[in-house]
Design a protein around this ligand. Structure first.
Ligand code: G6P
Length: 581
């Protein structure tokens, strides 16, 4: 949820840290801070605000020193305040720490340290790491041992970077962290994108390991102290070239990129997964946020076309499935492969001897290391906090997966790409509809059957991007409660393509309309009941309607955000990777 960065090299650290933090700001953006080491002293500056704002006020990039660490925060423990911003310094002032993750037993550790006379200034869990490191370093005067003695005490999931004894160190446990190298320069970062413009090579730090870095060498160790060999990887070219291009926001660029990204799904790896899961009777499909909506599509297709028992479960709720049957498997869907709830669910399955597979975008993520097989969605880096192109790539992968299992070709990716491009040409019409709808506060999104996951995803986009309270519902369910709220001020989006759900949805529309509500119909055919018509193209095979109907709804949510003067790339209080419970 936060981004962390470290630098040790022959240039001044601070301006480089700021540049990298700006690139990783999509991971968390409520406060910013950096520490640098200069002539045996650690200097720290931090404050609430975005990187640009805080840098302007405090001139973070003017700090001297060639070793430095930095952080952008997404608050978990403690309010958004200057004191709670990172880095956190130990009582001696000689150790500074930036942390991403959660230390679950921090109160216990804090109490122990307080009994020994340590003082705490923030409400964060992270400050205990700095003081625990100080305690362990003063006891051993050995950097390696003090890290080992510290991690043995910590419970939770974390990645942290510290300046300790004039050295830069990286520690990783169930949270993302990479090392970047160029000549005599060493970087540590939450993700490759943050340092891609600065480094030649990457080391994907093993989970449960730490690294001590200087200009000459990098040493990596397991938490028990054994030396670990590392390999240098190249930076994938698609990361190097990521930019907003001519678009005002990454979100819009990523919506438009879907004509291309959908073509990149890795059919070979999906086919392999299909072969494996074909023989498994019961499947648990999990995900969070948008990826959960993709799991709902998977549940629908697998239940309808394959002889399987399928559960689609929000990752965080997976813990209630204690009695997993032997002939069952888990498929985790995730863009980032970093979502803590997803990783926890996979850990649970693995501990119960259930195979875990994944439909994943980032094949170097924690999730990839934990799963038996990866079906790669390959949609490229997604920077907008609200998922767009990753969703269409996930559902395209699911169509291919299920199609392979029953020997049917559900989709032709080039054909879908053309359909998406037809819809995107109607951008202006959708922009105009958003102008009329910009004052809406509440909205319902209705659908039936395979379209329900799209209604759910549409409601999520409306909440995330346009800050409109939106609720998805099965068409007929409205009568069982929410009907009481329908009046002249209600707006209802109805996902209503011409397929076997059409007639039932028209009945629902009549019922809603007679209570005065306004209808926004998403359909390939016009119906005079619609107050606004969002047109989607006809498709060769009706089963793929969901892949096309989500596109105008993403655009609508985006333009509503623009109409309301909101920043779609950085929705309030949200972060791209939710690396904490
Ligand atoms: C966050 C993001 C969402 C995303 C969800 C799951 O909430 O803001 O866009 O859908 O995490 O992320 P994952 O990377 O596991 O798909």
């Amino acid at each position: 949820m936060c981004s962390i960065i470290g630098y040790h090299g022959d240039r001044t650290a601070a301006p480089i840290l700021i540049k990298c933090l700006k690139k990783m700001e999509y991971r968390g953006y409520d406060s910013v801070g950096i520490s640098t080491q200069y002539r045996n002293t650690i200097i720290t500056k931090k404050k609430i605000g975005t990187v640009s704002e805080v840098n302007k006020k405090m001139e973070l990039d003017k700090l001297p020193g060639k070793i430095g660490i930095g952080h952008t925060r997404w608050a978990t423990h403690g309010n958004v305040t200057d004191i709670n911003a990172h880095p956190h310094t130990s009582n001696s002032g000689k150790i500074s720490v930036v942390h991403n993750g959660i230390i679950e037993n921090y109160i216990e550790i804090k109490n122990e340290l307080m009994k020994m006379g340590y003082k705490f200034y923030s409400d964060t869990d992270s400050e205990v790491i700095a003081n625990l490191l100080q305690y362990n370093f003063e006891k051993t005067t050995n950097v390696k041992l003090s890290i080992m003695n510290t991690v043995i005490k910590l419970r939770g999931q974390y990645a942290f970077i510290t300046i300790l004894d004039n050295k830069l160190l990286a520690v990783r446990y169930n949270s993302p962290l990479i090392i970047g190298l160029k000549d005599n320069e060493r970087f540590i970062a939450s993700d490759v994108f943050g340092v891609s413009a600065e480094v030649d090579n990457i080391i994907y730090l093993n989970d449960g390991s730490f690294s001590i870095l200087n200009e000459k060498k990098i040493q990596c160790y397991g938490f028990d102290g054994h030396l670990i060999k590392y390999t240098l990887s190249n930076i994938e070219s698609n990361i190097l070239t990521v930019s907003k291009k001519h678009y005002q926001y990454f979100t819009l660029k990523e919506i438009f990129e879907q004509t291309e990204s959908i073509l990149q799904v890795d059919i070979k790896s999906i086919n392999e997964l299909a072969k494996i899961v074909s023989n498994i009777k019961r499947l648990y499909i999990i995900g969070s946020g948008t990826s959960y909506n993709a799991a709902l599509i998977a549940k629908y297709l697998l239940s309808k076309f394959c002889d399987k028992i399928v559960e689609a479960i929000v990752a965080e709720e997976f813990e209630i499935f204690q009695n997993m049957n032997r002939n069952s498997a888990l498929i985790a869907i995730s863009q980032s492969g970093e979502t803590a709830d997803v990783i926890n669910a996979v850990n649970m399955a693995v501990n119960a001897n259930i195979h875990a597979y994944t439909i994943l975008n980032i094949p170097t993520s924690v999730l990839a290391m934990k799963c038996n097989n990866i079906a790669k969605t390959n949609c490229g880096l997604e920077i907008g906090v609200a998922a767009t192109k990753s969703f269409t790539s996930q559902i395209a992968s699911i169509y291919i997966l299920v199609g392979k299992m029953i020997h049917v070709k559900f989709i032709d990716l080039h054909y879908v790409s053309n359909l998406i491009s037809t819809i995107l040409k109607n951008e202006l019409e959708i922009q105009n509809i958003s102008k009329s709808l910009k004052n809406i506060i509440n909205i319902y999104v209705l659908a039936k059957g395979i379209h329900y996951p799209i209604a759910s995803e549409c409601a999520l986009k409306l909440k995330e991007l346009s800050r409109i309270h939106a609720e998805s519902m099965f068409g007929g369910e409205l009568k069982h409660g929410a009907f009481t709220l329908i009046d002249n001020n209600t707006h209802v989006i109805v996902i209503n393509p011409q397929d076997d759900t059409y007639d039932d949805m028209v009945i629902s529309i009549h019922e809603i309309k007679s209570r005065g509500a306004k209808i926004i119909g998403v359909s390939n055919t016009y119906n005079k009941l619609y107050d606004y018509w969002i047109k989607i193209p006809n498709v060769r095979d009706k089963i793929i309607f969901p892949l096309v109907e989500i596109i105008p709804l993403q655009l609508l949510s985006y333009y509503l955000a623009i109409e309301k003067n909101l920043d779609p790339d950085h929705p309030k209080n949200l972060a791209k990777s939710v690396t904490v419970k």
